[in-house]
Design a protein around this ligand. Structure first.
Ligand SMILES: [Zn+2]
Length: 253
């Protein structure tokens, strides 16, 4: 999580005990350039808004599913930051009653359900309970990955299919809330977890259709595709360039 306004990296799931690092100042002094500290979901949202047809780029939400979970918001063609540059922290929408404890202190947050580590953890727990599955060979021995889970579901593995259905439904619960809040024209679900494919996304779509007012779904483009690190870097560069021109315009204007 970052505070874009102050250029501070606040905290992250994989780095416990280190918080509130003035990353913008540190890197700026090190390299002698202006540094923009940005959220990966916002970088990808901006990149997709540049790629979309103008009518689809106007109100766009990019829901990023990876080590962390968050949303990048483009509202009326502009990246939306909120008061502290932290808008879009949808990873902490609560979707599972009595769910796992989240780093934010609550339980059942979206991030504890569909982040990459939480998905792998859920599968490991079920395998350790002895559920019959082609994935049992990965129990205790490592090697379990999102790709392996996707392939097992495609090959008919019932544990993989039913667990992805459960996770996709919970994702749909959060996506429904996001659609109701922002009424976007485009919703993109990306990040590494998006490679899980249709056994994950079909229940998400079903839940969205169950929960969202039908009129809000008219002309809503829902795109699901895994992003790669190159796209994240390109998105960051595009957003940094946008900040540069905004600053330059203010200086000369
Ligand atoms: Zn949380």
């Amino acid at each position: 999580m970052v505070d874009t306004e102050k250029g501070i990296w606040l905290h992250g799931l994989q780095v416990s005990g280190i918080t509130h690092v003035a990353l913008g100042d540190l890197l700026g002094k090190m390299f002698g350039v202006t540094v923009v500290v940005e959220d990966v979901a916002r970088c990808l949202a901006h990149l997709e808004s540049l790629r979309c047809k103008p009518e689809n780029a106007r109100d766009l939400v990019y829901l990023y599913l990876g080590a962390g979970v968050g949303a990048g918001l483009i509202l009326r063609t502009e990246p939306y930051y909120g008061r502290h540059g932290m808008a879009g922290e949808v990873g902490h929408l609560i979707v599972e009653e009595a769910g796992a404890r989240c780093s934010c202190g609550n339980t059942g947050c979206l991030e504890t359900v569909v982040s990459s580590a939480s998905i792998l953890g859920r599968f490991q727990r079920r395998l350790s309970e002895g559920v019959i599955s082609s994935l049992q060979k990965y129990r205790d021995g490592g090697g379990l990955s999102l790709e392996v889970i996707r392939d097992a579901a495609s090959d008919g593995d019932r544990l993989a299919q039913s667990t992805l259905y459960e996770l996709g439904t919970l994702l749909g619960e959060a996506a429904s809330k996001i659609i109701k809040l922002f009424n976007p024209g485009t919703l993109i679900i990306g990040g590494p977890v998006a490679l899980l494919g249709e056994h994950f996304f079909e229940p998400m779509r079903i839940r969205i259709e169950q929960k969202v007012i039908p009129e809000m779904l008219v002309d809503l483009a829902i795109k699901t595709a895994p992003s790669n690190p190159d796209e994240e870097a390109v998105g960051a560069a595009c957003l940094a360039e946008r900040c540069f021109w905004e600053t330059a315009t203010e200086s000369f204007g």
